[in-house]
Design a protein around this ligand. Structure first.
Ligand code: ZN
Ligand code: ZN
Length: 280
């Protein structure tokens, strides 16, 4: 039997994330996700820069999970929290990190996974309606919704969740009317229900969390036996010295600290070019 078979898990979310989280957990883990939106999660932080999130992404997710558990009276809860920055390689593209967490008070266990992926998070300042339409196309509107404000990124007034050409036209005229320079700032709405690209990344993060929840420690049987480290030291083909390349993945139990190093079948030896001794 799977560890979370028949277990009820709370899920606090307001932005439609239950549509991708609940089916994965219910089907893969046999659990019953109980959705609640009895708390305004926007008070913990928004992507429209009007409410700053306090603490880390993990802190925020944990807090949401615990509020959801309190609201539903359940001992186990799920939550997710997203963040956005630039891609780690070139820094030129928008990048999205989606964290999904399980807080399990019965087992005193916490599991989470962060999935990163390119995202649809564009913005632009425009003066003319034609430019607004052009931007909307790049931003994958109307499938992805938009936020519009006068002047620039930090104007306190804005309209979000814009999902139709008519609403976009009205918002554009509204913002242009307020701006002294006639400048309109348009950006992707980053809330999950307004951003299908993000929703897909949340789905991917959830599938990994579900796999962790199903993976049991061979020593103590607890859920959450998972790869948490990479062991380096793949030996050089020429001299046999350990290199910095990965040698094995370390599977670790969070409950009893049992671990297993599993070597990959693909690479037995490192190329001498990666060897400090052969190629200093
Ligand atoms: Zn264990
Ligand atoms: Zn060598």
């Amino acid at each position: 039997m799977k560890p979370y078979q028949g277990q009820r898990l709370s899920l606090l979310t307001q932005h439609g994330k239950e549509q991708v989280i609940k089916p994965v957990l219910d089907q893969w883990c046999g659990s019953e996700v109980v959705h609640t939106q009895a708390f305004d999660t926007d008070t913990l932080g928004t992507f429209t820069r009007d409410v700053e999130r306090s603490g880390t992404q993990l802190d925020a997710a944990r807090k949401k999970a615990r509020i959801g558990m309190a609201l539903t009276g359940l001992k186990m809860g799920l939550a997710s929290e997203g963040s956005f920055s630039s891609d780690p390689c070139t820094g030129m593209f928008s990048w999205n990190y989606e964290l999904v967490i399980l807080v399990d008070e019965v087992r005193q266990l916490e599991l989470h996974w962060v999935q990163s992926a390119p995202c649809m998070a564009l913005n632009a300042c425009v003066n003319h309606w034609e430019q607004a339409l052009e931007f909307a196309q790049q931003a994958k509107f109307p499938g992805h919704h938009l936020v519009v404000r006068p002047d620039g990124a930090d104007h306190p007034q804005f309209q979000k969740g814009i999902a139709s050409p008519e609403a976009l036209r009205a918002a554009f005229d509204w913002a242009k009317g307020i701006s002294h320079e006639g400048v309109v700032f348009i950006e992707n709405d980053l809330r999950a229900h307004a951003n299908p690209t993000r929703m897909q990344t949340i789905h991917q993060a959830t599938t990994v969390l579900a796999q962790q929840m199903n993976s049991c420690c061979p020593q103590c049987g607890s859920a959450g036996f998972w790869v948490r480290d990479v062991i380096r030291g793949l030996p050089c083909r020429c001299c046999g010295q350990p290199t910095a390349l990965p040698l094995a993945k370390r599977w670790t139990c969070k409950q009893c600290d049992h671990h297993q190093d599993v070597r990959s079948d693909s690479a037995q030896w490192a190329d001498p070019r990666s060897c400090e001794a052969c190629n200093p």
